[in-house]
Write a protein that binds this ligand. Structure first.
Ligand code: DP6
Length: 327
């Protein structure tokens, strides 16, 4: 038995998907309808401290020093408590170093950090694979933030979800790339990912096509990563992004996450490409644009995006490490 700390603190970095996850095959276990491939970002992260407090009546959760509704976190902590047989409530204190809930993957870094800190505070030492399975049950994209560099999430095929986890493809240092995030809005989005992607089989006529072509997109991206082929990686990244947003637009009611500055930034990225700069965009369930480039071009890409009307600020990130303990 490992020594049981009552408290543990972990850091997990945000990630963005190059091949997107959207849609679930089982909502209760949070099993994705499709696999996905992502990169973990060094500059965007969540630090989370979990403390199990004897005698406390219910879980208490603070994000950035402000109390939030604990229901989603309690459901997640119950998964950890079920493994240890403990009924102790927890205090969760979490800090994002970026805006929460605005399409910068706070649920990815948040639930990966919570999975690591919570399991360690409960005295569990989970393998990266088991940690990824646990994190997935908080948020699908969180399964990928357990790993650094490039990671692939498997949709899995079993009903219990034990094969729906991420695995590392490349370490960050094996292929240095940069991401310039153009922030176009700081408010939290109106429709979160879970609500947006629920029941897609009945809400979008495009859903079957999205699922049936996903393995081709994943295979193409794995090949591009293995060959360090940046232009193929970039083209597939834009393709998967636009295809996902096509699916979102086709949903009843239609999901439109972009604002005017989002569209202007997409055109700016394509304009840079016409000028010979290899840079490609991707966008998640929010209005921020993430431009993917090679380090030699990062300064030029950031300068161009800062000049786009409506872009409030840019943040640049290299690829980042796996989730890790801070204590
Ligand atoms: C658009 O992981 O936030 O960012 O599993 O319901 O928590 P839940 O969804 P979430 O969805 C992320 C969707 C996406 C694309 C991606 O990250 O692959």
């Amino acid at each position: 038995m490992s020594k049981r700390p009552a408290s543990s603190t972990a850091r997990a970095h945000s990630n963005i998907a190059l091949i997107k996850y959207w849609g679930k095959r089982d909502a209760a276990l949070n099993l994705p309808a499709v696999g996905s491939i992502s990169i973990t970002l060094d500059a965007l992260y969540t630090d989370t401290r979990v403390t199990f407090v004897p005698g406390m009546a219910r879980d208490k959760v603070e994000i950035g020093g402000r109390g939030v509704d604990a229901a989603r976190f309690t459901r997640f902590l119950d998964l950890i408590r079920a493994r240890t047989g403990s009924a102790q409530s927890a205090r969760v204190e979490s800090w994002n170093n970026f805006p929460t809930g605005a399409g910068l993957a706070s649920s990815a870094s948040g639930f990966a950090a919570l999975a690591l800190a919570g399991s360690r505070a409960a005295g569990l030492e989970l393998s990266p694979r088991d940690l990824s399975i646990l994190a997935r049950q908080g948020s699908g994209s969180a399964a990928r933030s357990v790993f650094g560099g490039f990671a692939q999430m498997h949709r899995g095929s079993t009903d219990d979800g034990l094969d729906a986890c991420a695995e590392p493809l490349l370490e960050a240092s094996e292929w240095p790339l940069d991401v310039v995030v153009a922030i176009t809005e700081r408010e939290a989005k109106k429709v979160d990912s879970s609500a947006g992607m629920s029941d897609l089989d009945t809400r979008s006529d495009y859903f079957d096509a999205w699922v049936s072509h996903s393995e081709d997109d994943l295979a193409g991206m794995r090949d591009a990563i293995a060959a360090r082929d940046f232009s193929t990686l970039g083209e597939l990244t834009e393709y998967s992004c636009l295809k996902m947003h096509g699916l979102m637009l086709s949903t009843r009611p239609g999901l439109l996450y972009w604002n005017a500055a989002t569209v202007a930034a997409m055109h700016a990225v394509r304009g840079l490409r016409e000028d010979g700069v290899p840079v490609y965009f991707t966008i998640d369930a929010g209005p921020q644009v993430k431009a993917l480039c090679q380090p030699a071009d990062t300064a030029r890409v950031a300068t161009a995006l800062q000049q786009v009307p409506g872009v409030l600020e840019t943040r640049t990130s290299a690829l980042g490490p796996a989730a890790h303990l801070l204590d």
